[in-house]
Design a protein around this ligand. Structure first.
Ligand code: ZN
Length: 335
């Protein structure tokens, strides 16, 4: 019965996340090789990966909760992987909508405590959608109530494994990464992926954050981790190789911040289409023009193409040419 339910959940996820989803947890050997007692749900780009730290009787902890549109799937996957164990808590590396969108559903399903980075404690308590980025980015997230903060320098123990929280500003000023020194495992969120890192959002608002990205890459290097579990994509052992790619990308963005800004605009549009699945072109262009962060990027770039909507038309065309979106009969859809 459980297996049948699990298979149904996986079918549902594949349908929603396409080929980007890797089945979990039983069919995923990578978790076991990363660290016993840890289960990784590798999701697509719309939902962050979820990392389940098993508690061996004391309750498990889930790191990051995915997007709200996948919340039901996240609950099903976690329930299956828990095998009757309690879910004691959820820890968010940061509060982007793809990392905490499942918080509310997980709290309803398991009664677990939600722990967040301290920098957004008040914003989350007040559900300030501007400070939390959902307003400026035009993204969806279900309101949740946090229970506690995890401060940089603090640690927590799950199943006899100790995890330390380290500040990782850059992609998000409040982000944390988590390090298990005894086992050489680092959970890097969006500070380091196998091939790059997340958009440096403060830069889109004119706040210098490339230096923070560089410092966090140095910090990750100094940890000497055996394996990294990123917020998106598969776990990887070639941390030095990933750092090299990330530093090259950072150098390119520093040299041409306008390219980073354009990249940010593309990520906003692609992400919106992942939420909507498909949208009429005029409606999409109007959404872009009305989305504060998209408009801020347009302004920073010197207001190209005459209007934010016309600039959005160019961005959409480039995304279609690159295969990230597709357009037919006046509709734009996610690919
Ligand atoms: Zn993020």
């Amino acid at each position: 019965m459980v297996a049948r339910r699990h298979a149904a959940a996986l079918r549902h996820i594949r349908q929603n996340e396409g080929a980007k989803f890797t089945p979990a947890p039983a069919a995923m050997p990578s978790s076991a090789s990363v660290l016993p007692g840890l289960t990784i749900f590798q999701r697509g780009w719309m939902s962050s990966n979820n990392i389940l730290l098993h508690g061996h009787g004391d309750g498990a902890t889930l790191v990051d909760a995915g997007h709200v549109l996948h919340a039901e799937q996240t609950v099903a996957l976690v329930r299956q992987a828990l095998r009757g164990e309690a879910l004691a808590g959820v820890v968010n590396t940061h509060l982007h909508s793809d990392h905490c969108g499942g918080n509310a559903s997980l709290q309803r399903a398991f009664g677990c405590r939600i722990t967040i980075p301290p920098g957004q404690w008040q914003a989350a308590r007040d559900w300030d959608e501007v400070a939390l980025s959902y307003g400026p980015t035009g993204q969806r997230c279900e309101r949740f109530v946090p229970d506690a903060c995890l401060h940089p320098g603090d640690g927590f123990e799950v199943g006899r494994q100790r995890w330390s929280a380290l500040a990782a500003p850059g992609h998000d000023p409040h982000s944390l990464i988590l390090f298990n020194a005894a086992d050489g495992v680092v959970i890097t969120a969006d500070a380091l992926w196998e091939r790059g890192f997340g958009v440096v959002f403060p830069e889109l608002d004119g706040v210098n954050a490339f230096d923070d990205v560089a410092a966090v890459l140095d910090l990750i290097e100094s940890l000497g981790a055996r394996v990294a579990v990123p917020g998106h994509g598969a776990p990887f052992e070639d941390v030095a190789g990933a750092l090299r790619i990330a530093r090259e990308r950072l150098a390119a963005f520093r040299a041409r911040p306008d390219r980073h800004a354009r990249h940010g605009a593309k990520v906003l549009v692609k992400y919106h289409l992942m939420e909507e699945r498909r949208q009429a072109l005029p409606e999409l262009l109007a959404w872009c023009a009305a989305t504060p962060l998209f408009d801020a990027v347009w302004q920073r770039l010197g207001r190209p193409d005459g209007s934010a909507a016309a600039f959005a038309g160019v961005i959409v065309r480039e995304l279609c040419e690159g295969g990230a979106l597709a357009q037919a009969d006046g509709m734009v859809r996610d690919t």
